[in-house]
Design a protein around this ligand. Structure first.
Ligand SMILES: Cc1cc2nc3c(=O)[nH]c(=O)nc-3n(C[C@H](O)[C@H](O)[C@H](O)COP(=O)(O)OP(=O)(O)OC[C@H]3O[C@@H](n4cnc5c(N)ncnc54)[C@H](O)[C@@H]3O)c2cc1C
Length: 370
């Protein structure tokens, strides 16, 4: 089904498969660079919420996981931070972003903060007497939180404004995408695969390294909360992570879980209870003031719950795939395929950096042609 009519073009287009945060940022950078973009996607920001559209279920905050020696991931995350920081400054309420003081608490003595955080505004290491009793180490800095639906809708609007074409549909293969082109459209310059978890099943991709890391979060109403907090016990993979993500709208996301290879789509009631308990321990002021009693631990049941959400992070053993893959061969024509998937829990915070890498790969195709 074509949402934007007239997807006929005499320019050789670029097909983008998937329109989560990765496909949208990629499409926008391609359109800005002057390419014609035709996007084909099963879901858009308007679709009913589903765990398979990870972007809409995310927290989300900019909290890099990039290891100190992972210069590529660090630069992807940094570039995204800079783009979003500027957007927040220029667009204010309409940005879908909020600058927040962020406090990171580590429960084990052998844990240290990532060097990345030292590059963020207002970075500070807590003195021992400033830390809560459970924290063996703690830092703070200023970062950004994102309101997924507002931000995705903003990008969708930008996509249309820049002249992107959109088709809703579920692809079984990358070559299937060619069926969405009208017969007079020239061969695409490239196909960019931004299908996240979809890359597990797309015929020419069939990447068995792709798998879900399930996340369950609780969205509450607490507009008085203006700072983010994370409590990390043990390693990011396998340890327990409790986080509080305030959004500009006054919603606050509390979480979370990281359940590897878990496809359960429905919220688990016991997990909801556990998340609420952990969150209130970390940040008692999440409970409305009228329900708090001096000297007593607030009751998690008094949180104002808006909804419980589940999302499947599109993870990949071996990490993100951001590269040129095998060309698609269709009736002896070769169509270059570029991949941008497998961002796991870091797709929001690396999105613009990854999108700009794709522009570089598209430009490389032109050099090879010449
Ligand atoms: C609970 C939770 C909290 C998170 N918190 C953060 C955070 O704080 N910071 C952060 O950076 N990240 C966070 N993430 C991770 C982030 O949400 C993902 O990394 C990101 O959304 C991945 O984006 P994507 O566009 O690749 O995938 P998706 O959003 O899943 O989009 C995939 C797109 O591909 C389409 N598609 C798939 N298969 C097909 C097909 N066969 N045919 C047509 N279309 C197809 C889908 O319809 C969709 O449009 C969180 C995730 C969860 C679940």
């Amino acid at each position: 089904m074509a949402l934007i009519p007239g997807s006929t073009t005499n320019q050789s287009p670029i097909i983008v498969c998937g329109l989560g945060i990765i496909g949208l940022t990629t499409s926008i950078r391609l359109l800005e660079a002057g390419y014609q973009v035709i996007a084909i996607t099963a879901q858009t920001p308007d679709s009913p919420l589903t765990p398979y559209y990870a972007s809409s279920a995310a927290g989300a905050h900019h909290l890099s996981f990039a290891a100190d020696n992972d210069h590529i991931q660090r630069s992807l995350d940094r570039r995204t931070f800079d783009v979003m920081w500027k957007e927040e400054e220029e667009e204010g309420d309409a940005s879908g972003l909020m600058r927040v003081p962020q406090h990171e608490f580590y429960g084990n003595t052998d844990e240290k903060h990532l060097q990345f955080f030292e590059t963020l505004p207002d970075f500070k290491v807590y003195e021992e007497h400033e830390r809560p009793p459970f924290a063996k180490h703690a830092v703070s800095f200023t970062t950004l939180t994102m309101e997924p639906l507002i931000y995705l809708e903003k990008l969708m609007h930008r996509f249309k404004e820049l002249g992107g074409f959109l088709h809703l549909g579920t692809l079984t293969s990358l070559s299937d995408a060619l069926n969405y082109l009208s017969p007079d459209t020239p061969d695409p310059r490239a196909i960019v695969n931004c299908t996240g978890l979809g890359s597990l099943k797309l015929k020419e991709v069939l990447d068995t390294n792709v798998h879900p890391i399930r996340g369950q979060v609780v969205v509450i109403r607490a507009p008085w909360i203006k700072e983010g907090r994370t409590k990390q016990i043990g390693k990011i993979d396998g340890g327990q992570r409790t986080y509080i993500i305030p959004r500009r709208s006054g919603e606050v996301v509390i979480g979370g879980t990281r359940e590897v290879d878990d496809w359960e789509e429905e919220p688990r009631p016991q997990t909801t209870v556990d998340i609420k308990q952990r969150a209130v321990e970390l940040y008692p002021e999440l409970v409305p003031e009228s329900k708090r009693v001096a000297g007593q631990q607030p009751d998690p049941k008094d949180l104002i719950v808006v909804r419980v959400a589940v999302g499947l992070r599109p993870a990949r053993k071996g990490g993100l795939r951001l590269e040129r893959g095998d060309d698609l061969i269709v009736s002896e024509r070769k169509i270059p395929v570029l991949h941008n998937y497998g961002h796991s829990g870091a797709g929001w915070q690396s999105s613009w950096g990854c999108a700009e890498k794709i522009i570089g790969l598209v430009k490389d195709l032109e050099v090879v042609k010449d």
